[in-house]
Design a protein around this ligand. Structure first.
Ligand code: F6P
Length: 340
């Protein structure tokens, strides 16, 4: 009997368990044995694995997080970690490894494939939706829905108090959550990493909104947004996230320049927790089933992908080559609702 391994790596998000459940169901139907690797790449490095069955993966479709656990590794792994991962993989008897993760996790998968010849199939996970190899990664839709609900709630308190509220959402390098949730939540201004911010322009826009009788504003900001003329703290921290920093800086400038009372609300990890939306459950299920199909057809080195609502696959190498950023035309939708 052939054996499939599965691991979930990097930041968690809603929908991971939907993927695990689908992989286990489909794989068992196809006659495979499934081994779950615990805590992302740590489990392969430390040889921490266990057989998954229907009982262990039942009732998890709507559960947030990952029953396998996860860990964060920024590529490349050290030489010693690579050696242990390859050695433990070879000893495990696993014929193909399904790796569920974002950019960092899939880059490590690619290294293991290239250096250790590991047969790997990827499944894209990213609340930031930054992977260019797929239209959507699962986890993103849930994050957008959570952020949209929070924006709705913050709207009413901003209006009652005649305040500016700066709402920070996740998005280290790309502004997908900010743009989508900003449009859905009716934000007045959306600020994202792709387009550095001119604070004078933002303050002028808020003043002009006040002049026409709107004495509150909702500003949605991605965590990785850069302010023109200021050195990005993200860059200084060299790829580490910096949740809660830029929104504070922006709010302080707005209050000092306009005199309007300003508050900050950082949504942070709330966007990654809890039950997935129907979209993410379905996408995760489709991805999981297709990943097993790829193993069955021996199409290793591929990542499952969604293109124009069709499930297909792309080379992992291509999928992680560059980030999917927000095009000006999409960003301009948000600007229609700003008083620029
Ligand atoms: O990678 C996704 C992400 O959501 C980023 O937007 C954010 O910077 C990061 O995770 C924070 O993750 P953690 O606190 O788990 O390192």
């Amino acid at each position: 009997m052939k054996k499939i391994g599965i691991l979930t790596g990097g930041a968690d998000c809603s929908g991971l368990n939907s993927v695990i459940r689908a992989i286990v169901r489909k794989a068992i139907k196809e006659g495979y044995v499934i081994t779950g690797i615990k805590n992302g790449w740590n489990g392969l490095i430390e040889n921490d694995m266990r057989i998954l069955d229907l009982r262990l993966t039942s009732g998890i479709l709507a559960l947030g997080g990952t029953i396998l656990g996860t860990s964060r590794h920024v590529p490349p792994l050290s030489e010693e970690q690579m050696r242990l991962a390859i050695e433990n993989f070879k000893r495990s008897g696993i014929d193909a490894l399904i790796v569920v993760g974002g950019e960092d996790t899939l880059k490590i998968a690619l290294d293991l494939k290239t250096q250790g010849n590991l047969p790997i199939v990827g499944v894209p996970k990213s609340i930031d939706n930054a992977l260019s190899g797929t239209d959507y990664a699962f986890g993103f839709d849930t994050a957008v829905n959570i952020a949209t609900e929070c924006i709705d709630r913050l709207h009413t308190t901003a209006e009652s108090h005649h305040r500016i509220i700066v709402i920070e959402v996740m998005g280290r390098y790309t502004g997908w959550i900010a743009v989508q949730a900003g449009i859905a939540g009716g934000a007045n201004i959306v600020l994202i990493p792709e387009y550095p911010v001119d604070m004078q322009k933002i303050c002028a826009s808020i003043r002009s909104r006040h002049k026409r009788g709107k004495t509150f504003s909702i500003i949605v900001v991605s965590e990785g947004t850069r302010i023109l003329g200021q050195r990005s703290k993200i860059a200084q921290m060299n790829s580490k996230h910096n949740i809660g920093y830029v929104s504070r800086v922006i709010a302080d400038i707005i209050e000092a320049e306009t005199g309007y009372e300003t508050r900050v609300s950082v949504l942070g990890h709330i966007q990654r927790g809890g039950t997935p939306t129907a979209f993410d459950r379905i996408l995760g299920t489709r991805f999981g089933i297709h990943a097993v199909e790829l193993v069955k057809r021996n199409k290793v080195g591929q990542m499952v992908s969604l293109r124009c609502n069709k499930i297909c696959s792309v080379d992992i190498k291509e999928a992680v080559k560059k980030r999917k950023t927000i095009k000006k035309s999409l960003y301009q939708i948000t600007e229609i609702f700003s008083d620029f």
